[in-house]
Design a binder for this molecule. Sequence first.
Ligand SMILES: C[S@@+](CC[C@H](N)C(=O)[O-])C[C@H]1O[C@@H](n2cnc3c(N)ncnc32)[C@H](O)[C@@H]1O
Length: 323
Amino acid sequence: MAPWAKAAFDLIGGTDNNPRNIMSTYNPTSPGSQSVEAPVTGEYLENGRYYPSYKRGQYMFPCDEEERDRLDVFHRMYFEARKGHLHSAPLARDRQVRILDAGTGTGIWAIQMADTYQNALLTGTDLTMMQPNLIPANARFLQSDMEAPWSLGETGWDMIHVRAMMGSIARWDQFYHEVTRHLLPGEGRLEHVEIDWTPRCDDGTLAENAAVRTWAHELMGVMDETGRPMRFDPPRQRQLMAEAGLVDITEEIIKVPFNGWEGDLADRPAGRFFFLGLKKGIEALSLAPFCRYKRMSPEEVKAVTDKVISEVSLRRNHGYCNL
Ligand SMILES: C[S@@+](CC[C@H](N)C(=O)[O-])C[C@H]1O[C@@H](n2cnc3c(N)ncnc32)[C@H](O)[C@@H]1O
């Protein structure tokens, strides 16, 4: 990390000052289950945003209230884009199922799944314990690094859900091997949902030199440099899944407009939430990558992101991203 970025740090947390996992009455009974890594809380301040202290520097994005809002708005965008479905992979309704949400964020998906499926036990893992305290009885949240060999003490998961984790994982080959090792043999499903941040446009309304194209190109370039790419390449991911032993791999692509443009009325709600999420979150997505790796000042980053937002707010620009 660049020294000037380090100088901007103000450590407010540190390690182990208030450890907690967030548990409901959910108490897994499977043999071999055990407590996971000791939780570590705390955040550090950099350029006005708070970042997780646990595995400091490993995750490039903040974990503060503003970011939690952004993650929840994005959750709504995924939900609208998927026409009100939380998942696509089939799930048994006639027996208890165990679902793991790896890199759960605010836990909003896991909580809604727990509310929806009373026969499901939900476990969300994250580097940051930023989930709410009040959670359904069939949910729990654990601090765990999913890039390290998994130490959950449980295998045989019916579903492993992974969403918006590009930019978080350096070795997807290892990650998918852990998934295979932890799924219920022959029946367990991985559901992996990502935004492909490459801006697209089918009708020429988004200029080739549009600020959003430059921003996305530069952000993905920087994230490549960090070793945890944000670039989503479906054929590559499919290949890694297959090499890890996953079978029957299917892919669904959904176009999500940058705003509520009216070309396809069915996409308007998703587009509105995408715009709101971008407006709330583009700074969080850009600050650390650009300040740490491109040596930009926060003011310079803001000038770039303001330009992107004013551009994508124009409904005459029919840009979109693939989900
Ligand atoms: C962009 S957020 C997505 C959150 C959630 N999956 C969603 O879609 O709302 C990525 C999350 O992954 C977590 N994360 C990053 N690296 C991780 C790791 N190695 N192990 C566990 N969680 C990780 C971050 O703390 C963050 O909450």
